[in-house]
Design a protein around this ligand. Structure first.
Ligand code: ADP
Length: 500
């Protein structure tokens, strides 16, 4: 990283309303709908309940009035009506016990009388000529109609209430003797109804405001990491070189996960970019040496060397050598870049493992007659590997080549092949100069050579092992090396066996 300081993300303006606002609006809309439904149901059922109760009361009172008035045998008069309404105790034995004292019965009759005296209730009794003979309120109300009317809500004298009319028939003669009209004013009921409505509306408004405010704060709290993530991404978009990161989020939820993944991705991306930059730097550095050597020779020849056949010969040879080094470097770089795309192009390739190993082994025996090469084969039958033949060959050649290149004293190389579980293993062991523990960690890096000058003499660019490792890993295999300085090195390659 070029800059180690972690910068903060810049704030960015949105084109539309933020998620916080949308969330707050959505939650308050939801609460509004739920509360409205609840309020409507509460309101309707309370109103219906009160209306039903009032109607029931009125029906009961009217029935009692009718029952008492029906005790009269002739057309209703003021005195009859008054007597029957107040003294029915003596004629109606079912309701009142005859053994009770006068004071006691008066106490029992009182509720009905006081019920009739209620402010909202008016009872009108008419004779057969529809003349008012009795009323509990001094309003002089006319008979509404001559037929029976069950309690119905109407407006009478600009007052809303239940009106009920009963035609009275004498219990004794079964003759029509008059009419009873009751009106029960619902003004207090409307008052309650309006108060209930107002309370519900106020509650609804308060809950709407509360839920919006709460929704806004909650969503801005929960979505804070998302905003930071967006700002961080925007900062990186504007300045790809910037090294900012997302802050650690301790919430342990999806957003914390997202932020962690984002940071990991950032690190990996930066590592790739860094490696890429390093690669370009290394390549130009690698090319600079041969170019400088060729340039030196050419300017030497240009000045005076071309007339000296010896210098000319030497310069041309050296230049040719550098050119072929450049050629191999370019080829190796090409191989490396192709090795990275193996899985796209060679996904279905199959190779006979033993056949290729034997072929490379025989070729090396011919090429290096001064070396003792042995092949230890533990595999009874041919096996198939899911790898492109040329790549498998290339991997073995790179490792074998190194074993030969870095074995100067004891010219011996052992190859052994075996299988374990679902993997094919090839181990290549030499008894050469070996690699120190520190270098062993780096030998698979691009352009890494333990001894630059020596490797150069041997024609090494430091790309061979990188290519081999890249190829092996592209085919889901692994490679490992063990080494001891001056004792030798062993490379083990594992490649998955193709299932039939
Ligand atoms: P080069 O083309 O230089 O051989 P490689 O990537 O193949 O590049 O190897 C990287 C370095 O690892 C070599 O420069 C060498 O120093 C070391 N190395 C590789 N194989 C062996 C080996 N069998 N014995 C000792 N050193 C080795």
């Amino acid at each position: 990283m070029k800059q180690s300081k972690i910068k903060r993300a810049e704030k960015r303006e949105l084109k539309g309303p933020s998620l916080t606002i949308k969330w707050a609006l959505a939650s308050s809309f939801f609460i509004f709908v739920v509360f409205t439904i609840f309020a409507v149901i509460t309101y309707k059922s309370s109103v219906n309940l009160i209306v039903a109760k009032e109607r029931g009361n009125l029906e009961k009172t009217t029935a009692e009035v009718v029952s008492r008035l029906a005790n009269s045998e002739k057309e209703l008069t003021i005195t009859d009506t008054y007597k029957n309404l107040s003294n029915s105790i003596f004629s109606d034995g079912q309701q009142f016990e005859k053994t009770t004292t006068i004071e006691g019965t008066l106490m029992q009759i009182d509720p009905f009388i006081s019920e009739l005296g209620q402010e909202g209730l008016s009872l009108y009794v008419y004779n057969l000529d529809k003349e008012l003979v009795f009323e509990t309120q001094n309003r002089k109300q006319k008979l509404f109609q001559e037929t029976r009317k069950s309690p119905t809500i109407i407006t009478l004298d600009s007052k809303i209430g239940f009106l009920s009319i009963e035609v009275i028939y004498s219990k004794g003669t079964r003759e029509k003797i008059g009419y009873a009209q009751t009106f029960y004013e619902l003004s207090s009921f409307y008052e309650i109804k309006n108060k209930l409505l107002l309370t519900l509306i106020v509650l609804e408004v308060v809950s709407l405001i509360l839920s919006s405010v709460l929704g806004f704060f909650l969503s801005s709290y929960f979505l804070k990491p998302l905003k930071e993530l967006r700002d961080t991404m925007d900062t990186i978009r504007k300045d790809p070189q910037s090294d900012i990161h997302m802050k650690d989020i301790k919430t342990n939820d999806e957003l914390a996960d997202l932020s962690e993944i984002f940071n990991e991705m950032l690190d990996r991306m930066r590592l790739y970019i860094e490696q890429q930059e390093q690669f370009v730097e290394d390549v130009s550095h690698e090319l600079r040496t041969p170019v400088a050597i060729i340039e030196g020779h050419l300017s030497l020849l240009n000045r005076w060397g071309k007339d000296d056949p010896e210098v000319l010969e030497e310069s041309l040879n050296a230049s040719m050598q550098e050119i072929s080094r450049m050629k191999s470097l370019v080829q190796e770089m090409l191989d490396l870049s192709r090795a990275e795309q193996v899985d796209i192009h060679y996904a279905n390739e199959v190779t006979n493992a033993k056949e290729v190993v034997y072929q490379v082994y025989n070729n090396f025996k011919i090429l290096h007659p001064d070396f003792v090469l042995t092949l230890d084969d533990d595999i009874p039958e041919e096996i198939q590997l899911g790898i492109f033949r040329n790549h498998f060959e290339q991997i073995i050649i790179i490792i074998l080549d190194n074993a030969i290149k870095y074995s100067t004293l004891r010219k011996e190389v052992h190859i052994s092949i075996s299988t374990s579980r679902n993997e094919f293993e090839i181990a290549i062991q030499d008894f050469g100069e070996g690699i120190s523990e520190d270098d062993l960690k780096k030998i698979f890096n691009r352009f890494y050579r333990v001894d630059k000058a020596r490797a150069r003499n041997k024609g090494g660019n430091g790309l061979g092992l990188s290519i081999a490792k890249q190829l092996i890993e592209s085919y889901k295999g692994t490679v490992a090396a063990e080494s001891a300085v001056n004792q030798g090195t062993i490379f083990r390659i594992f490649i998955p066996i193709k299932k039939k």
